[in-house]
Design a protein around this ligand. Structure first.
Ligand code: ADP
Ligand code: MG
Length: 252
C-alpha cells in the first residue's frame, strides 16, 4: 500500500499523449502532448476556440477523446476497465458558470455529493463543508441560497464544494470570466491560497497576472495545438512564436 502510494506520487498527476478530438469534421485537438506534475500549477492560455476547454474536459472524459492517451495519476481513463467514477472523485472541477444547485442551501450544495459519492454521514459531510466554507471566506453563509450571493461568492462556494470531495487535483475552466471585475480578486485569492498549499492545478484563464505570479508553467494553445510552453515569465514576457506574440499583444 505504502509502496503503491509512493509510485503514484512519482507519476504526473495528468499526462496527455497525442490527444486528438474531432467534433464531426472539426478537428479541435490535433495531437496534444500535455502534463501536469504533482503539486504543479499549469495555466493554459490561448484564443477563444483554440481547444482549451475541450482539453480540460477530456481529462475526466466529459469529452470522449477521438484518439490518444489520457493518464490520471498513471491510470488510463480511456481504458474500458477503468472505474471512471472513482477517477472523477479525485478531480475537482470548477467552471465559468458556477453550476450550483439553485434550490439547495450553500451547506447542502457542499454535502450532497460527499454523502452520495463518498458515503459520508451528514455530520461528517457538514463538518468538512464548514471547514471549506471557512477556507474560502464564506463561513457565515452556509444557510444562504446561491441567488442570494454575488457571483464571486458563488464561485467560491463552487470551489469549496469541489474541495469537500478531497480531490488530488483541481481543474479550473475560466473561473473568473463570468464575474464583475471587482469580484475577480477574491476568487483568484482563494486559488492562489490553494496553490500555496501545494494543490495540483490546471487553470484555463485569461488572467495573465495570475498566470505569471501563481503558475509554475504556462501553456499557450492555438488552433488545437500547443504552440509554446514554459516558465510564465519567459512565455509571457518573451514569447518565441509569432502566434503567442500576437495573442499576448491583444490581452496584455
Ligand atoms: P476554448 O475553450 O479554447 O475557447 P473549446 O474547446 O471550447 O475552445 O472549443 C474548440 C472548438 O471546438 C470550437 O470550434 C468549438 O466550436 C468546438 N466545440 C467545442 N465543444 C463542442 C461540442 N460539444 N460540439 C461541437 N463542437 C464543439
Ligand atoms: Mg473554453
Amino acid at each position: 500500500m505504502a509502496a503503491d502510494n509512493l509510485l503514484q506520487k512519482d507519476r504526473p498527476a495528468i499526462e496527455v499523449r497525442n490527444l486528438c478530438k474531432n467534433f464531426g469534421d472539426n478537428e479541435v485537438l490535433k495531437g496534444i502532448d500535455f502534463h501536469v506534475d504533482q503539486g504543479e500549477v499549469v495555466c493554459v492560455i490561448g484564443p477563444s476556440g483554440s481547444g482549451k476547454s475541450t482539453l480540460l474536459r477530456c481529462v475526466n472524459r466529459l469529452e470522449e477523446p477521438t484518439s490518444g492517451t489520457v493518464l490520471v495519476e498513471g491510470v488510463d481513463i480511456t481504458d474500458p476497465e477503468t472505474d471512471l467514477d472513482k477517477i472523477r472523485t479525485r478531480i475537482g472541477m470548477v467552471f465559468q458558470q458556477f453550476n450550483l444547485f439553485p434550490h439547495l442551501s450553500v451547506l447542502r450544495n457542499l454535502t450532497l455529493a460527499q454523502q452520495r459519492a463518498k458515503k459520508r454521514s451528514k455530520a461528517e459531510a457538514e463538518e468538512i463543508a464548514r471547514k471549506n466554507l471557512e477556507k474560502v471566506g464564506l463561513g457565515n453563509r452556509e444557510n444562504a441560497y446561491p441567488a442570494q450571493l454575488s457571483g464571486g461568492q458563488q464561485q467560491r462556494v463552487a470551489i469549496a464544494r469541489a474541495l469537500s470531495m478531497n480531490p488530488d487535483m483541481m481543474l479550473f475552466d475560466e473561473p473568473t470570466s463570468a464575474l464583475d471585475p471587482e469580484l475577480v480578486g477574491d476568487v483568484l485569492g482563494v486559488m492562489r491560497q490553494l496553490a500555496d498549499e501545494g494543490m495540483t492545478m490546471m487553470v484555463v484563464t485569461h488572467e495573465m497576472g495570475f498566470a505569471r505570479e501563481v503558475g509554475d508553467r504556462v501553456v499557450f494553445m492555438d488552433g488545437g495545438v500547443v504552440v509554446e510552453q514554459g516558465d510564465p515569465k519567459e512565455v509571457l514576457g518573451n514569447p518565441q512564436h509569432a502566434r503567442t506574440q500576437a495573442f499576448l499583444s491583444k490581452v496584455l
